[in-house]
Design a protein around this ligand. Sequence first.
Ligand code: IMP
Ligand code: MG
Length: 189
Amino acid sequence: MATDVRPVSPADDIAEVLIDAAQIQRKVAELGARIADDLRGRDPVFVSILKGALPFLADLMRQVPIRLSLDFLEVSSYGSSTESSGVVRILKDLAQPIEDRHVLVVEDVLDTGFTLRYVLEHLAQQKPASIRLCTLLDKPARRIVPIDIDYRGFEIPDRFVVGYGLDYGERYRNLPFIGVLKPEVYTRG
Ligand code: IMP
Ligand code: MG
């Protein structure tokens, strides 16, 4: 019988917490208040990018007490599990038209910018009234494609992070904080 040596809790694989749950919630409330002020009366559609932005969207929308609706895009970026390649593919497209709507794109992390460039161009083709971008995390040191950010949660250093929606090999999304994995996790295979 094979013995699984993986720890029972994903938190056991974390070397360091970069942003704890309380810090995240304070920032989400701050961003939500700004977004509500800017988009009140405009009936915006929040377009979230699956799957990483899901916890952020769920918390953020509850801090934006205005009339709004939700839609989802799922994209995959070819590459390794820690590097995106620039080749982006849409796995799930929007359910509703966004023509003449005010769109707020809700993303987990802006890294090279390849994914968002593709997503923003894809949305712009559908002639929305406006497009704004809200990203929880920004890694400016990694940027290849310049992207304007309207609402930024945290600027973080060039480190691969997991938790609060962010994954490594589809794991760790359910951690309530954002942290860095122990080096042995990457060699465990
Ligand atoms: P970009 O296309 O390089 O900007 O990468 C954006 C996507 O890569 C994000 O939506 C994430 O899915 C993933 N990504 C980038 N950096 C990280 C990270 O530190 N942890 C987990 N996923 C990341
Ligand atoms: Mg990912």
